[in-house]
Ligand binder design. Structure first.
Ligand code: SF4
Length: 467
């Protein structure tokens, strides 16, 4: 079996050469950038808004224990059953327990990256339950038996033609490349699922401590139906979703929409406070909230990188990342891809197995610059690299740096190596591309610039002498 890093390299090479794939992604992202820039410009001061959002998230995460207690006590006061899950396995067991207690067979789901993180769909299907994704993009990738490609646009790697072919094959519909007709085909299938589902399963965008409410923002209305029609609803959310106050949504909802899809505000913004209350005519009879840790508290204990928990999953850092734009979302092999995925996956799934993602970056800093909550993403990638090499230092690298230090600390050795390198470099074209060339791996995809004919020092003295 291939290691994660081998798999990443193979997929990255394959997809960077796939011009159709690159065209699809880059066309979609160009459109996104145009609308995002227009909407950002409508903020009075985008940078001040970013600063305010960063400070609010800092407050929520740095006082997480206080705000989580407040959030839970308010939810419980209205009859919601709150469960704490330390690991993905525990979260799955809790959800299975609720489903079995209700004798449920069918589950309708709205978008929840946390459920991808704990591989919930696979586990439910293996156990014989019927689970249907109600978000259109998620529904499409579920039919393809694929993971979401992007945290906001799960099916952005597919054209209308691909989706039409898929629907014809899986749903028996007539071929069409009209987006409205394609949406209507999915809608007809999904409407029936909402009505017959025993359980509704949602994620959450924000958890409001002050009022004990879950905020869900979406464009299709599917999360509303998922939370309104079944008798039992389960919401699975990471503990980092906390926002201290209801008023904070006035900033976070437009920021998430602007950074996520380029909209001023998404079409549907709902707040849920628990099950149907006495005197209310609709809503679920039972509501469960599962709060997932899954190593988030370990990240919280890391003073350098705890701000990675500020992430609101807008996907903006993926959209501007030159690596993501070329290798695509599936190449990462993780739930969270792009810069934020490369930062947090080594924390969530093990540094040594996933350290290669921190090298899948040009360190251009575009991710940090675009992040609406000002997470220092490219710095965190460097910290991951440093931590990985500290944890398991490479003997070859240590030897190499020792030799390098010996040479650069002795000017006469340095001059000798420089002259020798100038001579040897002439041989490079002869051996380039051959397996016995030690530089083969490096120069296969990069240029080896010629060593300068004279050093700056030599040039300077010559210039001074001529003056
Ligand atoms: S790290 Fe920032 S830009 Fe990336 S998904 Fe999270 S909030 Fe959005």
């Amino acid at each position: 079996m291939r290691s994660f890093v081998e798999e990443f390299k193979i997929q990255a090479v394959r997809l960077t050469r796939d011009l159709r794939h690159r065209h699809l992604i880059q066309t979609a992202l160009r459109k996104y950038e145009t609308v995002r820039d227009r909407t950002r410009a409508s903020f009075q001061d985008w940078q001040a808004a970013r600063q305010a959002a960063a400070e609010t998230k800092w407050e929520g995460i740095n006082h997480l224990e206080k705000y989580l207690v407040e959030f839970v006590s308010k939810l419980e006061a209205r009859g919601t059953k709150v469960h704490w899950a330390s690991t993905g396995e525990q979260a799955r067991e809790i959800i299975f327990g609720i489903i079995r207690e209700k004798n449920a067979r069918s589950i309708i789901k709205s978008k929840a990256m946390t459920s991808e993180e704990i591989h919930l769909n696979d586990a439910l299907e293996e156990a014989g339950f019927q689970v249907v994704e109600s978000d259109l993009g998620e529904f499409i990738v579920q039919l393809r038996k694929e993971a979401p490609y992007h945290i906001v646009f799960p099916a952005m790697h597919l054209s209308r033609g691909d989706i039409s072919q898929l629907f014809t094959k899986e749903l028996g519909s007539a071929p069409t490349d009209n987006p409205e007709e394609l949406t209507m085909i999915a809608r007809r299938v999904l409407r029936n699922k909402y009505i017959t589902a025993d359980i509704g399963l949602t994620g959450a965008n924000f958890a409001i401590a002050e009022t004990g409410m879950i905020s869900i923002t979406e464009n299709e209305g599917n999360a509303r139906l998922t939370a309104a029609l079944p008798k039992t609803v389960i919401s699975l959310l990471g503990i980092e979703k906390i926002l201290p106050r209801l008023d904070d949504l006035a900033l976070f909802l437009p920021m998430l929409a602007t950074s996520g899809t380029g909209q001023p505000l998404t079409c549907y913004n709902s707040l849920y406070g628990g099950p149907r209350q006495p005197g209310e005519t609709d809503g679920p009879e039972e509501w469960h909230v599962v709060l997932l840790d899954n190593r988030r508290t370990e990240l919280l204990a890391d003073p350098e990188q705890r701000d990675a928990l500020h992430c609101i999953r807008c996907g903006a850092c993926l959209n501007v990342c030159p690596i993501f734009r070329n290798v695509g979302g599936h190449t990462y092999g993780t739930t969270y891809s792009g810069p934020i995925g490369s930062v947090i996956t080594p924390h969530l799934r093990g540094l040594q197995d996933w350290k290669h993602l921190s090298y899948a970056s040009s360190l251009c800093g575009a991710c940090t610059e675009t992040c609406p909550v000002k997470i220092n993403l490219h710095h965190h990638l460097l910290q991951n690299r440093r931590n990985a090499s500290r944890q398991r230092p490479s003997a070859i690298e240590r030897f190499g740096f020792k030799v390098y230090s010996c040479i650069v600390n002795r000017p006469e050795w340095y001059a000798f190596v420089r002259s020798a390198a100038r001579l040897l470099q002439k041989l490079h074209p002869l051996v380039k591309g051959k397996r016995f060339d030690p530089a083969y791996g490096w120069t296969r995809t990069r240029d080896l610039p010629p060593i300068a004919r004279e050093t700056f020092k030599e040039y300077w003295y010559k210039r001074k002498g001529n003056a």
